[in-house]
Design a protein. Structure first.
Length: 339
C-alpha cells in the first residue's frame, strides 16, 4: 500500500508515522525546517501511549513520489482549492483521497439521498474549485479525533486519542475503506469504517463550531470556556443550533450535548487549532467550520441566531488580525484646533 501525506504537520506526520510503523509504504510531503528535520531524524512521536520514531521517505516534490493508492490531506480545508500542484502528481486512476479535515467537507452532498443531492457548498467549494482538484468520487471521509501538536520540526506531541473514523460518502462499505482501516489498525490506530460518516462529522463539528471560534475570540482554553457559566451556555446554544441544522439535513448524531461538553472539558488546558492559528498569525479555518454551517442554515431555513452572531464576530476578527488583514488603516485624527 503506497500512501502520500500532503502536509506533514502535527496530524499528518503523526498519521504517517503510525502507518509507516504498521508496514505501509509512506511518503511525507513537507517543507522548510520540518522537511529537513524529518529527512535527518525521521518523525519522533512523543505520546502517553509510548514514544516511537518512524523514518518514512520525505520530500517537497510530489512528482518524486508519483501515483499512490491513498492521499492523506494534512492541509487545512481552506488550502484545498489551490492544492492541485501538490495533489495531481499523486493521483492514479484509482487513487483515493482521505479528507482529514475539520468541519463540513466539500463532498458533503455527493451521493447523499434527498433534495440537496449533488449540491455544491460555496464556502468549501468556491466556484467548484475544490471539486476540480479533488473530485468527490475520490473522497473517503475521515473524522480525526487525536489531539496533536508539532512540538518542534519533525517532533509530534501526541496528547490523546487514536481514532480516525472513515467512510464512503455513499455509505457503502468498500474494499478501499476496509483495506485502509486494516492498515491503520496495524499502525496502532483505531479506524472504524462507518456506514454513515456524516454522523461522525456532526459530532466532531458540535465541538469545533463552539470551541474554535469562542477560543479565538476569548483566547481561552477549552476547559476555561467550559467552566465559565456564560461561555458554557454559549457552547450549549451553538451545539443545539448545530444539531438542528443536522436534523434538517437528515442526520441525527447519537450523542448528548452534556456528553460532548464533558469530553471537551476532559481535554484540559488545550488551545484549539483556531486559537493556535490566531496566535501564529495564520489564516483561520473559518470556512469549513463556521461559514459552511451558516450557509447550510440558510439552505435549510434554520434561524441559528447564536451561530450567526459568533460567525460575524469571528469573521471580523479574521479580517482584522489574520495574515491578510482586510480592514483599512484608520486615517490619522486631525490636530486639535486652537481655542
Amino acid at each position: 500500500m503506497r500512501i502520500a501525506i500532503v502536509g506533514a504537520g502535527a496530524i499528518g506526520a503523526y498519521w504517517g508515522a503510525a502507518m509507516h510503523r504498521g508496514g505501509a509504504d509512506v511518503h511525507l510531503i513537507a517543507r522548510n525546517s520540518n522537511l529537513e528535520a524529518i529527512r535527518k531524524n525521521g518523525v519522533r512521536v512523543l505520546s502517553p501511549r509510548g514514544d516511537f520514531e518512524a523514518h518514512p521517505h520525505a520530500t517537497d516534490d510530489p512528482a518524486e513520489i508519483g501515483p499512490v493508492d491513498y492521499v492523506f490531506l494534512g492541509l487545512k480545508a481552506h488550502s484545498y482549492p489551490t492544492s492541485g500542484p501538490l495533489v495531481e502528481p499523486l493521483l492514479g486512476p484509482d487513487t483515493a483521497v482521505i479528507a482529514a479535515q475539520n468541519g463540513i467537507p466539500w463532498w458533503y452532498f455527493h451521493e447523499l439521498d434527498g433534495p440537496y443531492r449533488g449540491r455544491r457548498i460555496e464556502a468549501v467549494d468556491p466556484g467548484g474549485a475544490t471539486s476540480a482538484v479533488l473530485p468527490p468520487e475520490r473522497a473517503i471521509g475521515c473524522v480525526v479525533y487525536p489531539a496533536t501538536v508539532l512540538a518542534a520540526p519533525g517532533v509530534v506531541q501526541h496528547l490523546e486519542g487514536t481514532r480516525f473514523s472513515i467512510g464512503e460518502p455513499s455509505g457503502e462499505i468498500t474494499k478501499r475503506c476496509t483495506d485502509l482501516s486494516e492498515a491503520m489498525v496495524a499502525g496502532g490506530l483505531k479506524s472504524p469504517v462507518e456506514p454513515d460518516i456524516r454522523n461522525d462529522i456532526w459530532i466532531k463539528l458540535m465541538g469545533n463550531v463552539a470551541f474554535n471560534p469562542l477560543s479565538a475570540l476569548t483566547r481561552a482554553t477549552m476547559v476555561e470556556i467550559c467552566q465559565h457559566p456564560q461561555t458554557r451556555q454559549l457552547v450549549v446554544q451553538l451545539m443545539e443550533e448545530t444539531l438542528d441544522i443536522a436534523a434538517r439535513l437528515g442526520s441525527t448524531p447519537d450523542i448528548s450535548i452534556e456528553t460532548r461538553l464533558r469530553g471537551a472539558e476532559s481535554v484540559g488546558h488545550h488551545k484549539t487549532s483556531m486559537l493556535q492559528d490566531l496566535e501564529a498569525n495564520k489564516e483561520l479555518e473559518l470556512d469549513a467550520i463556521v461559514t459552511a454551517l451558516v450557509e447550510l442554515a440558510d439552505l435549510t431555513g434554520a434561524e441559528a441566531p447564536t451561530l450567526r452572531t459568533v460567525y460575524a464576530a469571528t469573521d471580523l476578527l479574521s479580517r482584522r488580525y489574520g495574515p491578510e488583514a482586510q480592514l483599512p488603516t484608520p486615517a490619522p485624527e486631525p490636530d486639535p484646533q486652537p481655542a
